[in-house]
Structures are given as structure tokens and as C-alpha cells.
Design a protein around this ligand. Structure first.
Ligand SMILES: *Cc1c(COP(=O)(O)O)cnc(C)c1O
Length: 376
């Protein structure tokens, strides 16, 4: 089949075909019941995800950006309050901060892990700092123990952006292990189709262990009401469709397999690309498992864009996550600010195809093309 020859960044169709019977039955059941909003699959999926991650409360919502916005609405921060957020990330993390009239304080990231850490967060503290958003980028956890200690010492909220790392597990210095998204006061995730646990449209969720916060989050996502037509706070309308919950309920049962498949694909890339001059392979932090949302190379010598073109000429897609750090974006521009690692990474990163259906043969073709580029 021609489709199998075509290399893709993600293969949602191939993944669907393997679980088609389960998905089709779950979707048919929702349509048959016609309980499209807040049907039984929504609560069942939230419970299953709480069980999987160890979170006490999982509150589904419309998408990952909504999850972040609802988190900050529920925490009740005031206009002008500062929130520390890495500059090398997807825009959503900073966007909701700005949208709520809070001040995003952009910080740098570690060149090896792509994640921000305590060194950068410490330096950004001011008397107005109220919260920090560790973004677990590309599939592994930020080093959370020092961040949680620092936040506790300074009375800061920790809101994890776990859109890319659902399923990853962080190990504390004392050996305790916990899922990302359940480490701070609130965790947020996205079920965008290409995420590690993706639905067939938009979806998101919030995690918390705090029953009062859980109640505020539920209320905020539901027009600020606890009792129908009684609105205690200004809220919004953000729900996970029953159809999406039904898809996610099926896919959650496969998440461990999916994480393992991504891990195997990453190990194959590593074996195939090891020692290739001109690229650096992604680092695995000792304190986190890696669920490889992305497999991201660093390309030396300003040759990233040329490598991308070379791959494209051989029918191999690749993506630049992210081409501009947030302080260089028109909407979030901070001209005096220098964040050297975020700026260098924006010039040098290149993500290779990574998904649950990658085969050894396809990865060999990709690796061969990468190596050929540097041979020339
Ligand atoms: C995908 C993503 C989001 C937003 O999720 P949506 O469901 O697309 O709104 C937020 N933060 C990060 C880091 C993401 O990768």
C-alpha cells in the first residue's frame, strides 16, 4: 500500500486501525445513547485516569489550554501577579497567563533536558511572584523536588503543564515515585490527537489532590456554578465531549503499550544515530522516565534548516518545536531579555517522526538520510 511507504510525523490512522473494533463499539454506544454531554463515559474515564496517575481528582475539560486557564482562574490570582514560565515551550502556557491579566515572567531552560529548572526559577523570584509553571517538555519530567521545595518556602502555587508527558513518572531523591501532573497543586494535560494520549478532536483535563481546589476547578469549568443556575464565581464553559471520553477510555487501556512503543522507537533511533557527527541525541534525565512525545535532535553549526530540507527532499518530514522562544514572539516580546539556551535551542532543534506505529525499516531510512547529510 502506498500509505505505508509515506513517512509521517504521527500515524493516527495506523494507530486507529489496530483498535478499530474497540473504538467503533465505544463510539457507537455513545451515539446510540445520545448522551453527548456529560454522558457516563466522561466520569468513567476521569476515574480511570485518576487511578492510572494516582491523582485524587481528575476534572476533564475542553482542551489543554482551557485546563491551564481554569487552573489559574480557580487559584484566584489577581491582575499583575507574576507567574514564572519557561520561554522555550508551546505558547499556551504563557498565553492564558497574559489573558487573565497576570504577568508571565519568562525564564530559560536547560540545554540538555529542554526543561526549566530551579536555577532559572530562583532568579526570577520577586515579591509579586505567585506561581510557577513547570512544563514537562517532549516527554520527561522537570526536576520537581527542588521546585516544589522552593515553591513551598515562598508560598507559590505550582501548576504543571503536562500536555506532552502524560504517563511519565518522576522519582524524588528519597526514591518516591509519582506521575507527572500529580506533583504540583494542579496538573494540566491535553488530549489533542497527536499527544501521547490523544482523542479524536479536542480534550483536556486537570489533576489535583486538594478536594477544595477540585471543587473550585469543577465550578470554574461549569459557568461558576455548583447548583444549576446559581453562579458563585465567574467561570467558563469547558467540557470533554462524551464521544471523546469514550475514545479516551479505550485508548487509556493502551497507554502503557503506547509509551513502551515510543520508548522502543527512541532506543532504535539512538542505536542507529549514535556517534553521528553534527547532531546531539536527546538526553534522558536520571529522575524521570521518558515517554518520548518527541525525539528531538540538536543540530550543530547552523545546519538545522539544511538538514530539514535534505530530509524533506527524501520524503521524510521533521518539525521544529519551537522556532521562536516566547520572548521573541510578537505578542510576548521582551527586547531586553536574554535567555541564551532558549534562543540557541530555537535555532538548533529538530524533531524526527515519533509515534506508536514506527517500524524499524522506516527508522532505518530516516537514520540513513540523517547520516548521509553529514557525510557530504
Ligand atoms: C498541546 C499543548 C498545550 C495545549 O493543549 P491544547 O489541547 O492544544 O489546548 C499546552 N501546553 C503544551 C506544552 C502543549 O504541548
Amino acid at each position: 500500500m502506498q500509505d505505508q511507504q509515506k513517512i509521517q510525523m504521527v500515524d493516527l490512522h495506523g494507530q486507529y486501525m489496530r483498535i478499530k473494533a474497540e473504538i467503533d463499539a465505544a463510539v457507537a454506544e455513545v451515539i446510540d445513547s445520545s448522551a453527548f454531554i456529560n454522558g457516563p463515559a466522561v466520569g468513567r474515564f476521569a476515574s480511570a485516569l485518576a487511578q492510572y496517575t494516582g491523582a485524587a481528582h481528575v476534572i476533564p475539560c475542553g482542551n489543554g489550554t482551557d485546563a491551564l486557564q481554569i487552573a489559574f482562574m480557580a487559584l484566584g490570582l489577581k491582575p499583575g501577579d507574576e507567574v514564572i514560565v519557561p520561554a522555550f515551550t508551546y505558547v499556551a502556557s504563557a498565553e492564558v497567563i497574559a489573558l487573565l491579566g497576570l504577568r508571565p515572567v519568562l525564564v530559560d531552560v536547560d540545554r540538555e533536558t529542554f526543561n526549566t529548572d530551579i536555577r532559572f526559577i530562583e532568579r526570577a523570584l520577586t515579591p509579586r511572584t505567585r506561581a510557577v509553571i513547570p512544563v514537562h517538555l517532549f516527554g520527561q519530567s522537570c526536576d520537581m523536588a527542588p521546585i516544589l521545595d522552593f515553591a513551598a518556602a515562598h508560598g507559590l502555587y505550582v501548576v504543571e503543564d503536562n500536555a506532552q508527558s502524560l504517563g511519565a513518572v518522576y522519582t524524588f531523591p528519597d526514591g518516591r515515585r509519582r506521575h507527572t501532573g500529580t506533583l504540583g497543586h494542579i496538573g494540566c494535560t491535553s488530549f489533542f490527537p497527536s499527544k501521547n494520549l490523544g482523542c479524536y478532536g479536542d480534550g483536556g483535563a486537570l489533576f489535583t489532590d486538594d478536594p477544595e481546589l477540585a471543587e473550585r476547578i469543577r465550578m470554574t469549568a461549569n459557568h461558576g456554578q455548583r447548583v444549576k443556575y446559581h453562579h458563585d464565581v465567574v467561570g467558563c464553559n469547558s467540557r470533554l465531549d462524551t464521544l471523546q471520553a469514550a475514545v479516551l477510555e479505550v485508548k487509556l487501556r493502551h497507554l502503557d503499550e503506547y509509551c513502551a512503543a515510543r520508548g522502543e522507537a527512541a532506543a532504535r533511533y539512538r542505536a542507529l544515530l549514535l556517534g553521528t557527527e553534527g547532531i546531539e541525541l536527546p538526553a534522558e534525565a536520571s529522575y524521570s522516565t521518558h515517554v518520548y512525545h518527541q525525539f528531538t535532535l540538536k543540530v550543530a553549526g547552523g545546519r538545522r534548516d539544511a538538514l530539514k530540507e535534505h530530509l524533506a527532499s527524501r520524503g521524510i518530514p521533521s518539525m521544529i518545536y519551537y522556532p521562536l522562544p516566547l520572548h521573541h514572539q510578537q505578542a510576548y516580546r521582551q527586547d531586553g531579555l536574554s535567555l541564551p539556551a532558549a534562543e540557541d535551542l530555537a535555532q538548533s532543534v529538530l524533531s524526527l517522526p515519533m509515534h506508536t506505529e514506527l517500524t524499524a525499516g522506516v527508522q532505518e531510512r530516516i537514520a540513513e538520510a540523517v547520516k548521509d547529510f553529514f557525510r557530504k
